[in-house]
Design a protein around this ligand. Structure first.
Ligand code: DOR
Ligand code: ZN
Length: 345
């Protein structure tokens, strides 16, 4: 049995760091293992302009733990008022690495998201011209669409039409949760990619709902049926260059998760690499972990892979904190429900 595994240092292509005290508390959990991360812009207020992104980037750098080497890859929050020339200037300066599309009301702090997709046509055309990726929260928000169908419906009603009307637009379908999402991304060319979280590789909807409601497994898009989880596992462990890691690690203090109207988000930054190694080992695919966590993402984002490496070692069950203390209260670390044996050395 393999006992150590050395791979290029991984990156996280979808991360929520928040701001202020929460940022300071959760940032070390990411910088311990990851070299870079695509930073989500759904702050309150959101990161709307290049100027906002520059200021947020400075706050992240100021919060880095001593000695940490980490590059935040900044994104802008797409609204119907986003200025194409600001996006282009932000990208040209190297600051802005992607633009994030939230359908209005789809998830946490998405109230400023899109209702009328035609209004952003000029921004999307500019992005296609300059090759700047659009990161998509792929769920429709219509009341009459069942929450478990929202991703599949989004592909037909929004994603595919937008891509057809904006040829050359480079799109990441983020945190894919369905076989439909996997099949769509896989069938497309190199302008289309998909991120997959660690938690969606572990849980299906039964984990959230059977035997009592588990608020720490509630995230958006919500975990689906087992057949979908298995499709995600196949895609992640296949080595297919369309797919790479985006943890969607999303901290919320426990009082807001364990609540009558609990927040969506799983906090996985602490143990994602241990979880992934365990899963890839279970699937006989440890040789594909590097592609998923460290190689495929940089290719899509047209960045070099990291030069340095991490080594994972296999041994007795790994212990990691079950909660991270923050000024806003404890944040529960994702519990995969089984022992983890791989540890980043
Ligand atoms: O579960 C989620 N939490 N999904 C998202 O899309 C947003 C995130 C958050 O910001 O908490
Ligand atoms: Zn997210």
């Amino acid at each position: 049995m393999t006992e150590t595994l050395t791979i290029r240092r991984p990156d996280d292509w979808h991360l929520h760091l928040r701001d202020g005290a929460m940022l300071a508390a959760v940032l070390p959990e990411t910088t311990r293992h990851f070299a870079r991360a695509i930073i989500m812009p759904n702050l309150v207020p959101p990161v709307l302009t290049s100027c906002d992104a520059a200021a947020y980037r400075s706050r992240i750098l100021a919060a880095l733990p001593e000695g940490a080497v980490f590059e935040p890859l900044m994104t802008l929050y797409l609204t119907e008022a986003t200025d194409a020339s600001d996006v282009a200037a932000g990208a040209a300066s190297g600051l802005v690495k992607a633009v994030k599309l939230y359908p209005a009301g789809a998830t946490t702090n998405s109230a400023s998201g899109l209702t009328d997709f035609d209004k952003v046509r000029p921004v999307l055309e500019k992005m296609a011209e300059i090759g700047l990726p659009l990161c998509v929260h792929g769920e429709v928000t219509d009341d009459d669409i069942d929450i478990f169908d929202r991703e599949a419906v989004f592909i037909d009603r929004v994603l595919d039409p937008v891509r057809r009307t904006t040829p050359g637009l480079r799109v990441v379908m983020e945190h894919i949760t369905t076989r439909d999402g996997i099949d769509y991304v896989k069938s497309q060319g190199p302008d289309m990619a998909g991120t997959i979280t660690a938690h969606h590789l572990v849980i299906n909807r039964n984990h959230i709902l059977v035997g009592g409601i588990k608020p720490h497994y509630y995230c958006l898009p919500v975990a689906k049926r087992e057949e979908h989880r298995l499709a995600l596992r196949d895609a992640a462990t296949s080595g297919d260059t369309h797919f790479f890691l985006g943890t969607d690690s999303a901290p919320h203090p426990d009082p807001l998760k364990q609540h009558a109207c609990g927040c969506a988000g799983c906090f996985t930054a602490t143990n994602t690499m241990s979880v992934l190694a365990e899963l890839f080992e279970q699937d006989g695919a440890l040789d594909k972990l590097e592609a998923f966590a460290s190689l495929n993402g940089p290719v899509f984002y047209r960045l070099p892979a990291n030069q340095d490496a991490i080594t994972l070692t296999r041994g007795a069950p790994v212990s990691y904190p079950s909660k991270i203390d923050t000024a806003d209260g404890p944040v529960t670390v994702f519990d995969p429900g089984f022992a983890l044996h791989w540890q980043v050395a």
